[in-house]
Design a protein around this ligand. Structure first.
Ligand code: ATP
Ligand code: MG
Length: 397
């Protein structure tokens, strides 16, 4: 029996559907989490009612995925997804079913689900359907494909990433046959859109066992993104030491891959995975700093980096540097940032206009601004308008 119960509004949806003569169950992640005593992130309901019947029963509902039979039902500003029992046709693209049909029976609906732990149905009146022994797999901390694993991964290759993601999140093992099937079917990962792979990878990176990301490599699931597959990468626990922020973990992971010669460059790898441009810039800047054997050990060194790469990239590099080498970088950086000393033209006590007033133009003006900035990074006490102007004039004469 579950250790966590659904909130009132979810029970209301279930009971209302049942009172209208339909079957209604909690399914998927929420049932799994309830059985494990974890609080589910969202509530998914499976029902024998057709989508239009669900919408008729709950007027405050939206057809959010009608093609798949999903209606989002809202009760007092909280919502749950209600999906009609369905079965799926063939999967010619190794990712999406060619067609979906609504069926009247729960077991068929459960049999299309990915893993036994995600194929358990529960209704609050105590009825539980577990045709694939998911509860026993949960008890044994096992991730096992529903049905024949190879066939299931042929249908949808993303399931192989989901298996590793769940093992990272729940600290479960992937059952032997399921694992063997992943090794065999790993080349099918080439059919999956980069964005979907990135999403799964990011969830692994942000899980409690981020080092499981290297399992994707060992299993061959990232082959289309790598120039070579190393046997084993030891991250020395660095990913785990980093705060749970995506950019830190992407930087550390891709920096390690570059160090091990598995990828051309951090920038190339993250672009292939279609991270957004800002994230790529931050991670790439941070990785450049990590590659530099000369670590800044003076405030002016930090300020030059801040000027060149920006605060986000330098902070990311400092966190990764500490996780990888324990260099005390964050402490040094924090002191520099706290000092409020100037490291960008924005905070320089003179502007381009000031320099125009004393007769500077074009390239000469630009070079003078950079010279003054470099000067105040070294001598912060001289970041004063009159001092800098006389310095500019003096240098000019
Ligand atoms: P999470 O807690 O991360 O949301 P979840 O198990 O709820 O985990 P979802 O992606 O929200 O995962 O999917 C809900 C349910 O739908 C799953 O538990 C599973 O039963 C089914 N499902 C999702 N994706 C697939 C898939 N690719 N193949 C088969 N079944 C799937
Ligand atoms: Mg979910």
């Amino acid at each position: 029996m579950p250790a966590v119960y659904p909130p009132k509004y979810v029970r209301h949806i279930l009971v209302t559907l049942q009172s209208r003569g339909h079957q209604a169950f909690l399914v998927g992640g929420c049932t799994r989490d309830m059985l494990m005593g974890r609080c589910p992130q969202d509530w998914d309901i499976s029902t024998s009612a057709l989508p239009e019947q669900v919408m008729e029963i709950f007027p405050d509902s939206k057809p959010t995925g009608l093609k798949h039979g999903t209606v989002t039902v809202k009760i007092n500003s909280r919502s749950a997804e209600v999906t009609t029992f369905r079965s799926e046709g063939a999967y010619t693209d190794h990712r999406h079913p060619d067609m979906v049909s609504f069926v009247g029976d729960l077991t068929t609906d459960l049999s299309r689900r990915d893993f036994t732990m995600n194929a358990i149905a529960f209704s609050p009146d105590g009825l539980m359907a577990d045709p694939f022994n998911g509860t026993s797999d949960i008890d044994n901390h096992l991730i096992r494909a529903v049905g024949v694993p190879e066939r299931r991964f042929e249908e949808d290759a993303l399931r192989m990433f989901r298996a590793v993601r769940f093992s990272a999140r729940l600290n479960f093992e992937i059952e032997k046959e399921t694992l063997e099937a992943i090794k065999l079917k790993a080349p099918l990962a080439a059919n999956i859109a980069a964005e979907r792979i990135r999403e799964e990878m990011e969830k692994i990176l942000l899980s409690r066992s981020p080092e499981k990301i290297f399992e994707l490599i060992e299993l061959g699931l990232l082959d289309s993104y790598l120039i070579s597959r190393p046997q084993l990468i030891d991250d020395g626990g660095s990913l785990r030491k980093l705060p749970k922020k995506a950019l830190n973990r992407w930087t550390c992971f891709s920096f390690l891959l570059e160090t091990y010669g598995c990828i051309e460059s951090v920038e190339d790898f993250l672009s292939k995975l279609k991270l957004d441009n800002r994230s790529i810039k931050v991670c790439n800047g941070a990785a450049q700093m990590l590659k530099d054997p000369e670590c800044p050990d003076t405030p002016v060194g930090w300020k030059r980096l801040l000027n060149k790469y920006g605060v986000d990239a330098v902070s990311c590099a400092a966190m990764c540097g500490d996780a990888l080498r324990d260099g005390g970088y964050q402490k040094q950086l924090k002191a520099v940032l706290k000092s409020g000393e100037c490291f960008s033209l924005k905070h320089l006590a003179v502007t381009g206009n000031d320099l125009m007033e004393i007769g500077l133009r074009g390239r000469e003006l630009g070079e003078m601004l950079l010279f003054l900035l470099d000067y105040v990074m070294e001598f912060p006490q001289f970041n004063q308008r009159d001092i800098l102007l006389s310095l500019a004039q003096g240098t000019e004469e």
